[in-house]
Write a protein that binds this ligand. Structure first.
Ligand SMILES: [Zn+2]
Length: 186
């Protein structure tokens, strides 16, 4: 009986083997297309990043400008302004996206400066923070987590008042934060 069954199977493959192979081939292609589509879907969703605001109820006191030069009263010169200056009654400064703290520095012109590296080739830089920086290099940070407080520590732009000089880089180049942050809803 078993030999009989084996012969039946043999005959089946002799007759229909080509169709079986064709079937396997079609299923393989269908799976490849499906997984490629899923892969593309996840790529799109990770690049569709939702940025938070760096401050609550932030007011823009100096907007981004890469073409029109703006006058800097302190340094008495005209310059491009490759970031946005924010001020708010609440001086708390927040990460605009999940990421990793890649540097915390301090200099007399820019005050305390925190740099956060995010996915998608984005880096956000927060200048003019006070000395009470809440993060350290290497820390992981979530969107909306506080990193420090805006202050008047940067002496290169305004003489007094708390502010945050915020820059956003994409693939190492300054981009206009207005194109990424939803500032109209603040
Ligand atoms: Zn500025």
């Amino acid at each position: 009986m078993e030999i009989n069954n084996a012969n039946k199977l043999k005959n089946f493959f002799k007759r229909y083997g080509v169709f079986v192979l064709a079937g396997v081939f079609v299923v393989a292609i269908a799976l490849t297309i499906t997984f490629t589509a899923i892969d593309k879907g996840s790529q799109v969703s990770t690049l569709n990043l939702q940025f938070d605001e760096p401050m609550n109820n932030a007011m823009i006191i100096k907007d981004y400008s890469d073409t029109e030069l703006q006058y800097n009263e302190v340094l008495d010169r005209w310059e491009a302004h490759l970031g946005i200056d924010f001020t708010s009654d609440d001086t708390s400064v927040f990460s605009v996206l999940d990421g990793t703290i890649t540097s915390v520095t301090n200099n007399s012109l820019e005050g305390y400066v925190v740099e956060i590296t995010h996915e998608g080739g984005f880096v956000s830089i927060y200048s003019s923070l006070d000395e009470n920086v809440l993060v350290e290099e290497g820390d992981k940070i979530l969107k909306g987590e506080q990193i420090g407080n805006a202050s008047s520590s940067a002496t290169n732009e305004y003489e007094d008042g708390n502010r945050l000089h915020f820059c956003l880089l994409k693939d190492g180049v300054e981009v206009d934060p207005n194109n990424y942050l939803d500032l109209q809803n603040k």
